[in-house]
Structures are given as structure tokens and as C-alpha cells.
Design a protein around this ligand. Structure first.
Ligand SMILES: [Zn+2]
Ligand SMILES: [Zn+2]
Length: 227
């Protein structure tokens, strides 16, 4: 496993690694002065990969206080319990995706032939909440479409977007509980992209749940779903 460092500005260290069957990005966000950290989307329960994440946290010399799931699909939360046990961190997810953590039908894992269940969240997030990591603050924006309780975490000049938008693509809307009807979910996703994501400044760095980072400006001119 190799770690990628993202330059998202002063005072913050951000590193990520690709984990799990769906090649998800697991991020470690560190507030440099306090050495407090949050893990965003630990999408693996593979013991070796979890050990690598733990080793990276030790290498950084930080304290992980929070685990945040951008939404409740297994490839973004499967490692919650193992890392929670390791660090004593609190798990947070949007209130509309809370039940996905404990229910393999709701989180779509049963659909793919394996049953993923993790512990309930310690904190249920809603629109406008703040996630505080040392001196760094992330604002919670509700970004439904790919999942009913999908969120974007917006920092100073960067945003974690989960599976809502990727470099050159957007999230699927055909999974259970995305919405009652995938056609409706697609409309919800497009509205989220238009009204919540593409309104951010062009130089905002987007850190998606899969694939490379990008920027609002790049997606504005290259992403076919945004044009
Ligand atoms: Zn997803
Ligand atoms: Zn995903």
C-alpha cells in the first residue's frame, strides 16, 4: 500500500491510501499543531490493510479522535469497528445513513453476497454541523443522490466528496436506499452537483471516495455530467 500526500494548505496534513475491493480512498486528516486526526472512509476490514492504516497513524504521531463516513456503503465504513477499537475514536455519519451501518440490506452489501455490519454511529450528523479536528474545522453539507445520507465535508479550500462526484464522473444512483426510484435519485444527485458542489470556488480541491483528487474548476470544464 502506498500513501499519497495531498497539499491542501497550511496547518493540515492530509494523506490517503487506496483500500478494499472497491479501491476506495481512505484519508487521514491531521491538524498539525495539535496532532489530532480524523480518518475519513475506512473502507476495508482486511487485517493487513487495517494494520497499514494503524502504522501510518503511528508514523504520523497523531491521535485519531474521529472516524467519519461520507456515506453508509461498506467500501466507506467496513473498517469502522477495527479502527474504533484501535484508537477509541468516535464514529460519525449523516443521520439518514445511520441505519446503513448496521443493516446489510440497507447498505447494499447483501446484494453483493456478503453481509457487512458495523457498530452504530456515536454521532449522527446533519446539514451545517461542524466536524472539529484540532484547529481545523470541516462543515457538513448534505449531498444526497448517490446515497440518501451522503455528505460532503468542506474545509478551507478543499472538500471530501465521497461518491457524489469523482474526477470526470459522478456517483451511481441505482443502489438500494439511494432513493425509492433510481430515476428520482439521479435527479436528486444532479441537483446536489449543481446547487451544492459546483457553487464552490474553482480552486477548491475535491477529494473523492474513489480515484484521484481534482478541482471544481477542472470538473467544470471536463466533467460531462457537470456541463
Ligand atoms: Zn457509495
Ligand atoms: Zn464507494
Amino acid at each position: 500500500m502506498s500513501w499519497t500526500t495531498h497539499d491542501v494548505g497550511d496547518g493540515v496534513t492530509l494523506t490517503s491510501v487506496v483500500v478494499g475491493y472497491a479501491e476506495s480512498n481512505c484519508y487521514i486528516l491531521v491538524s498539525d499543531s495539535s496532532k489530532k486526526a480524523a480518518i475519513i472512509d475506512p473502507g476495508t476490514s482486511d487485517r493487513d490493510q487495517i494494520a497499514e492504516i494503524v502504522a501510518e497513524v503511528k508514523r504520523l504521531g497523531v491521535t485519531v479522535e474521529q472516524i467519519i463516513n461520507t456515506h453508509g456503503h461498506p467500501d466507506h465504513m467496513e473498517g469502522n469497528d477495527l479502527l474504533k477499537r484501535e484508537f477509541g475514536a468516535k464514529v460519525a455519519i449523516h443521520e439518514l445513513d445511520g441505519l446503513k451501518l448496521t443493516d446489510p440490506d440497507r447498505n447494499a452489501s447483501r446484494l453483493f453476497g456478503f453481509n457487512v455490519q458495523v457498530a452504530p454511529a456515536d454521532r449522527l450528523l446533519v446539514e451545517g454541523d461542524k466536524v472539529v479536528v484540532g484547529e481545523t474545522e470541516l462543515e457538513v453539507l448534505h449531498t444526497p443522490g448517490h446515497s440518501a445520507g451522503a455528505i460532503m465535508l468542506v474545509g478551507d479550500g478543499y472538500a471530501f466528496t465521497g461518491d457524489t462526484i469523482f474526477a470526470g464522473a459522478v456517483g451511481r444512483t441505482d443502489l438500494p436506499c439511494s432513493c425509492d426510484d433510481s430515476k428520482v435519485a439521479w435527479e436528486v444527485l444532479m441537483k446536489t452537483i449543481r446547487e451544492r458542489i459546483m457553487v464552490l470556488p474553482d480552486d477548491t480541491i475535491l477529494l473523492p471516495g474513489h480515484g484521484p483528487s481534482t478541482t471544481i474548476g477542472y470538473e467544470r470544464s471536463h466533467n460531462p455530467y457537470v456541463k
